[in-house]
Design a protein around this ligand. Structure first.
Ligand code: GLC
Ligand code: GLC
Length: 652
């Protein structure tokens, strides 16, 4: 849109850019800046327009963008242009991701590089490497307490290693996803040190208070993230003689985004990482970016404005880069991180599907898909150019973030049902073979979350302990069933390292003082490469899981119906153990795949004649793509074996 005020400001800003910047070839930068400037200006004005130095800050923002544009490597610019042309590139079904810690997976970044063939063997072509920047020596929240946003933890590698890895991955057509921890810094970050030393410029980067008055007001409505280990949201800093806002751990200082300098620093950092070769940037804890007294300080409107502004700025400099929103919040809040009131994603193109994740664990515990059906049905359609990151496990705990209304609609009591799930997944329910541990118990609210590795939560640890073959079999089936869903649901499946070989809980963290209090470390393993070798030996647990996943991943990539274009229709079923949906090809509505999953440990049936007009699907003509054979059936009834799934087609 052309708008006079912003346009004349843009002219002034361009005149004020340093001569050496002006002399460079900024053709593409100017085209994109022109297209986005009205949005950038309006958002920046909404956030910071009342400040006397608004214009000065605006000039600073544009010059940071111009400078980062000048640093962008030619190869990355070529990718930018290709992706501008093929702007739905990340919705394609070919992408399959994995998240890993460089040290846990292979010691360091060079180890990760050496491990790329292993990942490719499985079919992984997008890699999220967990944070690896400089952080405090002891506890660092798994690297989420950053002390220097531009320098790596030397145990993991160097900046050159990252660039080399990115280049190597790009040659292999693999995408690199890196974190930018936007909400906070460690208390050892230079900004925090300067703030502590009394530098008022840097005090304004954080929320600090002389007395408890403001903190006490905030506390009235702010929940606690780590109630057991970091209660409260403020920490007293004895050197500074002030309270600091620390929503997560006491060594993670929340950044103050009401200060435009913080925003500009952070966009500079985001673009810096885009220029190191990241294809995807995971923005951590985005729900927390704006703090307001009297609110929960999560999901505030301004947090969304900040993300929109980040997106608009990134679009100008590095349009090939997409964002992942890490917002583990209520289902109807998560979807807003794609951006509202627009057809195309305006904030983050990708968001963690924490809703599906939690619902999958509900289905495991209850052996039925009642809540899964309700929960997915209640989710509004997402925007067109946006997609989910579908996962079963990640480095964090499992939060039971369902909508209470859905729990009630399924005939459960929300409080009792959540209690049941925690008990079940921690093995404290009769008949449960899950081996998780409660995390983040909050006696004040009754909330609890769950830690544990996928295999241990799915019953493999218990089964291997007793040697019960049927139980081992069921645990493996459950692991594959869950993966079959993230591979077919629509969105980018994100596997978690170690799950591909059935890695169990690892309790060695208890021996390390800086980790012992945080049981999320039980599912952040060090890969045992001897165990991984067993994937090649027929009949081992590792082989059964790895080979099945490998086959499913390869298959997913050949099924265009699995690309994510809001092309999924849930099927209403009368059997609560089953979860079923259609996936169709957007341009060929006659072409579809029927996905059916059975969460029960007994066989179940489904009446094919009830499938309505897509019911040319008849048992006689069906083929399961996974086994390349006809599914079991009896008359019009499809028979789904225990913990089994089908990807069905009527194509011959
Ligand atoms: C995100 C990370 C989590 C971390 C938190 C604070 O939620 O996934 O591991 O504790 O942010 O940085
Ligand atoms: C984020 C998530 C929360 C998670 C925490 C760290 O705040 O919202 O669910 O538990 O990070 O684990």
């Amino acid at each position: 849109m052309y708008e006079q005020v912003s346009h004349s400001l843009l002219n002034e800003i361009l005149d004020e850019l340093k001569p050496e910047v002006r002399r460079q070839d900024l053709r593409y930068f100017y085209i994109r800046l022109g297209a986005n400037f009205y949005a950038i200006y309006s958002l920046f004005y909404l956030l910071y327009g009342k400040r006397a130095d608004f214009k000065e800050q605006m000039v600073k923002l544009v010059s940071v963008m111009a400078n980062q544009y000048l640093c962008r490597a030619e190869e990355l610019e070529i990718t930018d242009k290709e992706r501008e042309k093929d702007h739905n590139w990340f919705l394609n079904q070919q992408w399959v991701g994995m998240a890993l810690y460089a040290d846990g997976f292979a010691g360091n970044l060079n180890g990760v590089r050496a491990g790329l063939p292993y990942l490719q063997e499985l079919g992984i072509n997008m890699l999220h490497i967990m944070p690896m920047l400089k952080c405090p020596e002891g506890a660092s929240d798994g690297g989420y307490a950053v002390s220097d946003f531009r320098d790596l933890d030397e145990r993991i590698g160097t900046l050159e290693d990252i660039q080399e890895l990115a280049g190597n991955m790009h040659k292999r057509d693999m995408l690199l996803a890196l974190d930018v921890v936007v909400n906070h810094t460690s208390n050892e970050h230079e900004w925090a040190k300067k703030a502590r030393a009394g530098d008022s410029k840097f005090r304004d980067y954080y929320y600090t208070f002389e007395t408890r008055d403001v903190p006490d007001m905030f506390e009235e409505t702010m929940p606690e993230i780590f109630p057991e280990t970091a209660p409260g949201n403020f920490t007293w800093d004895g050197e500074m003689n002030r309270w600091v806002m620390t929503v997560f751990n006491n060594y993670q200082w929340d950044l103050n985004y009401s200060n435009p300098s913080v925003f500009i620093e952070m966009i500079d950092i985001i673009l810096f990482w885009a220029n190191q070769g990241a294809d995807i940037i995971r923005l951590d804890a985005v729900a927390f970016l704006w703090k307001k007294i009297g609110s929960s300080c999560q999901n505030e409107r301004e947090a969304h404005l900040i993300l929109q502004l980040m997106k608009d700025c990134c679009q100008v400099v590095a349009p090939g880069v997409v964002f992942i929103a890490e917002a583990i919040v209520a289902p109807l809040e998560i979807i807003k991180y794609f951006g509202e009131d627009a057809v195309n994603a305006k904030e983050c193109e990708i968001a963690y599907n924490a809703t599906l994740m939690a619902l999958l664990w509900d289905a495991v515990a209850t052996h039925n898909a009642k809540l899964l059906n309700c929960g997915i049905r209640s989710l509004p359609d997402k925007l067109d150019r946006a997609t989910w990151l579908n996962y079963i496990r990640c480095h964090d705990d499992i939060g039971l973030g369902f909508d209470d209304n859905d729990i009630i609609a399924c005939g459960y009591n929300p409080h009792e049902h959540r209690k049941f799930l925690v008990n079940y997944l921690t093995g404290n329910f009769k008949g449960s073979n899950a081996r998780g541990l409660p995390f983040g118990n909050n006696p004040k609210t009754g909330d609890a979350r769950i830690s544990g590795s996928l295999a241990s939560l799915a019953g493999l640890e218990t089964a291997l302990g007793t040697g019960d073959q049927r139980a081992i079999d069921h645990a493996i089936k459950r692991i594959i069933l869950l993966h079959s869903l993230i591979l077919s649901f629509g969105g980018i499946p994100l596997l978690y390292y170690g799950d591909e070989i059935g890695t169990l809980n690892d309790c060695s963290f208890l021996k390390e003082e800086s980790k012992a209090h945080d049981n999320r470390w039980m599912h952040r393993p060090r890969i045992n490469w001897d165990k991984a070798e067993l994937r090649k030996k027929n009949g081992t647990v590792e082989n059964r899981i790895f080979e099945s996943l490998k086959r499913l991943i390869a298959l997913r990539k050949t099924i265009p119906e699995f690309a994510d274009f809001n092309n999924r229709d849930l099927i209403e079923l009368y059997n609560p153990h089953l979860f079923a949906f259609w996936r169709s090809q957007p341009e060929q509505s006659s072409s579809h795949i029927l996905v059916v999953c059975n969460f029960d440990s007994s066989p179940q049936h489904m009446n094919l004649t009830r499938l309505g007009n897509r019911g040319m699907f008849r048992s006689g003509s069906l083929r399961d793509l996974c086994s390349n054979s006809a599914p079991a059936s009896f008359g019009d009834q499809l028979v789904i074996p225990p913990l089994h799934f089908y990807w069905l087609t009527d194509r011959i």
